[in-house]
Design a protein around this ligand. Structure first.
Ligand code: BTN
Length: 234
């Protein structure tokens, strides 16, 4: 697979779109991003010292309702990469990766869909390695902090790329979803009025279905939650 390493770019997710017309899988990495994009339109701090990478893949015959497999793979490869450096990471549904409750990496995915099938996907992964996360108010952690020693960004990036090129499966995803069987806080956003409201409640996390939905027990009933509308706090 073609792999490109840039010193600086606005966003690897944006940059990699130039390869969409060619139909060949490609990886683009950057040492820093000036306009890193996060989920829900947020920015993603992307200073030197982290791994910022996007992979563009083309698919044939992947039904759109099985697109969770793409998200699942992204989370697993980050957990495996962390484990390769002695760091015990866990998945926060659906695909953030945490160490001791702090965010180690985030993933931004954009799928191309045509007639009910995924035709392409851009998976962007930001992984903290040695970058300064102190401005994030204690919610983030780096690989080096978690490993207790200074790690090489290049080695972490190479490991992440090699994991991205290896197959993963759903059972491995579940094995890293260590919150299952525990109590979590479910946060629901609602836009019933002009003001964005958020309701949260405690729930027992029971299982994750192969399509990526989370089943919880809460307020005396079983609820099946979609990550499009819900997020959880561990
Ligand atoms: C999030 O947690 O909000 C998702 C963050 C995703 C960040 C990565 S860094 C590489 C790729 N390029 C981007 O602009 N975003 C993703």
């Amino acid at each position: 697979m073609r792999i490109e390493l840039l010193a600086e770019v606005d966003s690897t997710n944006k940059y990699i779109e130039r390869y969409l017309p060619y139909g060949e899988d490609v990886i683009v990495c950057a040492e820093r991003q000036t306009g890193g994009m996060g989920t829900k339109g947020r920015t993603f701090s992307s200073e030197e010292g982290g791994v910022y990478l996007s992979i563009l893949r083309f698919y044939e015959g992947l039904p759109a309702d099985e697109s969770f497999r793409i998200m699942q793979q992204a989370a697993v490869v980050v957990c495996r990469t962390a484990a390769g450096f002695g760091v015990r990471a866990e998945i926060k549904w659906p695909n953030d990766v945490l160490v001791n409750g702090k965010k180690l990496s985030g993933t931004l995915i954009k799928n191309g869909i045509s007639e009910g099938f995924v035709t392409s996907s851009i998976v962007g992964i930001g992984l903290n390695v040695n970058n300064d996360v102190s401005a994030l108010g204690g919610i983030a952690v780096t690989m080096s902090e978690a490993a207790g020693k200074n790690l090489s960004v290049q080695e972490v990036r190479e490991r992440l790329i090699s994991e991205l090129l290896s197959p993963t499966d759903f059972s491995e995803y579940l094995s890293f979803a260590r919150f299952l069987g525990r109590e979590v806080t479910v946060c629901e956003s609602g836009t019933a009025s002009a003001i964005q409201e958020e309701r949260s409640y405690l729930a027992h996390a029971k299982e994750i279905l192969p399509d990526g939905r989370l089943v919880v027990e809460a307020e005396g009933e079983t609820r099946t939650l979609s990550s499009a509308e819900i997020r959880i706090r561990l």
